[in-house]
Design a protein. Structure first.
Length: 202
């Protein structure tokens, strides 16, 4: 009987040693296939503005553009809107110019390809002002009405409204201004030609 007990104990001891020496199963590590998020390279306002050169102009009445734009004052803003009941910024500009016999594209980036650039000091009523607000390109447009103000369909105000172009929000996002319409009998001035003529006549 004693031998049997000793034999059983030896068997248990031996089996414990075998189990202890077995290699532990390695945990499987799941491999993530998610792509690392790469932030887009910052783009300057100057770089965006450089993409847009001079384009076609139209003969028209800048004062009529100014007055027509103010008729839409208070119209609710709606992204993609192009009716008299709700407008977005480019839909508003297209509607104002269309009412004066001038057909502009629907999108602000396409509208920015018309006209020629003018500086802020050269602005006249009827000129278009372009801004970078939420895209890495032209994404907002307004119509200059004089005295440092523009009328535009604004998401921030939720309607067609008048804003100062010197407000920090717009000043920090301003890209360029374009003169799309020329008053009848008005000739486009060439600043380089003016400098050459002035130097020649000295």
């Amino acid at each position: 009987m004693g031998r049997l007990i000793i034999t059983i104990l030896c068997l248990f001891t031996a089996s414990g040693l075998v189990l202890a020496t077995q290699p532990k199963a390695r945990k499987k590590h799941s491999i993530s296939h998610k792509k690392a998020h790469v932030k887009p390279k910052p783009i300057s306002l100057r770089e965006i503005a450089s993409r847009y050169g001079d384009g076609p102009t139209f003969e028209g009445d800048p004062e009529a553009i100014r007055l027509t734009s103010l008729l839409f004052y208070g119209t609710p803003y709606r992204f993609g809107g192009s009716s008299s009941h709700a407008l977005d910024c480019s839909g508003f500009v297209q509607k104002v110019f269309r009412a004066n016999g001038i057909e502009l594209p629907r999108d602000s980036r396409a509208q920015a390809k018309y006209g020629y650039k003018v500086s802020l000091s050269e602005l006249k009523p009827g000129d278009l002002l372009f801004f970078k607000t939420y895209k890495r390109d032209v994404s907002h447009v307004g119509i200059y009405i004089g005295d440092g103000k523009m009328v535009h369909a604004a998401t921030r105000g939720g309607r067609v409204m008048v804003s100062s172009i010197h407000e920090p929000y717009y000043r920090q996002r301003f890209l360029f201004a374009k003169r799309v319409i020329e008053a009848k009998g008005e000739e486009k001035t060439d600043p380089i030609a003016e400098i050459i003529e002035r130097e020649t006549n000295r």
